[in-house]
Ligand binder design. Structure first.
Ligand code: GDP
Length: 221
């Protein structure tokens, strides 16, 4: 069997294992409020999206860790801010989902307060990945999140997930149409958590935010 690292003699198998720093991600803690989050130092990137949009699948794909985000789905953690440590000072954050059927008013209010507080006040947050289902229109909460981020100049990267559900031409048109309406500091790409399409592009965006590498968007001042 030809190992892929053999095609590039400068790379050892070990370097292939460590090339994806997100593979090191480990569950750290769940926070109900901002004050329960880890100390606000270093850098973190958060993932957010409607329930069932594929947020857990995206986190698993980008880290290459199949079961990682299942942790965020365990009862009691779905409405929490779930932290994954990538390095000592580098974190991926799974924000509570929204758009669940039959959600009580108090739970809805809790979501607004938690996510709004987090986006407005978390200094170490350097970018947000907003996940949309390519087949559906953006809904109120999605637009609300974009407004909150614009208000604090937080860069947003939108994933049009489940792109495998469409022909490439139709998906590319969706992306073009979306991009034509985006404001400053917001970018978008096609993604398929099922097939892995777009994972490298997303990792480059995360690298830019977390490690200042190949960044197309600036770090929040
Ligand atoms: P979450 O509720 O946002 O965390 O969503 P999940 O990651 O649990 O995914 C919800 C459903 O969508 C599951 O059945 C996934 O297998 C499916 N799914 C997630 N991403 C994709 C994708 O890119 N393509 C397809 N076809 N299905 C996906």
């Amino acid at each position: 069997m030809t190992e892929s690292w053999m095609l590039n003699p400068s790379k050892s198998p070990e370097s292939f294992m460590t090339d994806n720093p997100y593979r090191r991600a480990e569950f750290h803690l769940s926070a109900h409020t901002l004050s329960q989050c880890p100390p606000d130092a270093g850098r973190e990137v958060a993932f957010v999206g409607r329930s069932n949009v594929g947020k857990s699948s995206v986190i698993n794909m980008v880290t290459g860790r199949k079961a990682l985000a299942r942790i965020s789905k365990t009862p009691g953690r779905t409405q929490q801010i779930n932290y994954f440590l990538v390095g000592e000072n580098t974190r991926l954050v799974d924000l509570p989902g929204y758009g669940f059927a039959r959600v009580s008013r108090s739970l809805q209010a809790h979501w607004v307060k938690t996510v709004n507080d987090y986006l407005q006040r978390r200094e170490s947050l350097c970018g947000l990945v907003l996940i949309l289902d390519i087949r559906r229109e953006a809904r109120d909460e999605d637009l609300q999140i974009l407004d909150w981020c614009a208000a604090v100049n937080l860069p947003v990267h939108i994933l049009l997930n489940k792109a495998d559900k469409m022909s490439f031409g139709a998906a590319a048109k969706k992306l073009r149409d979306l991009k034509s309406g985006l404001g400053d500091g917001v970018d978008a790409q096609l993604f398929s958590a099922l097939k892995g399409t777009g994972a490298d592009e997303l990792r480059r965006v995360l690298d830019g935010w977390l490690y200042d590498r190949d960044s197309r968007l600036g770090i929040r001042e």
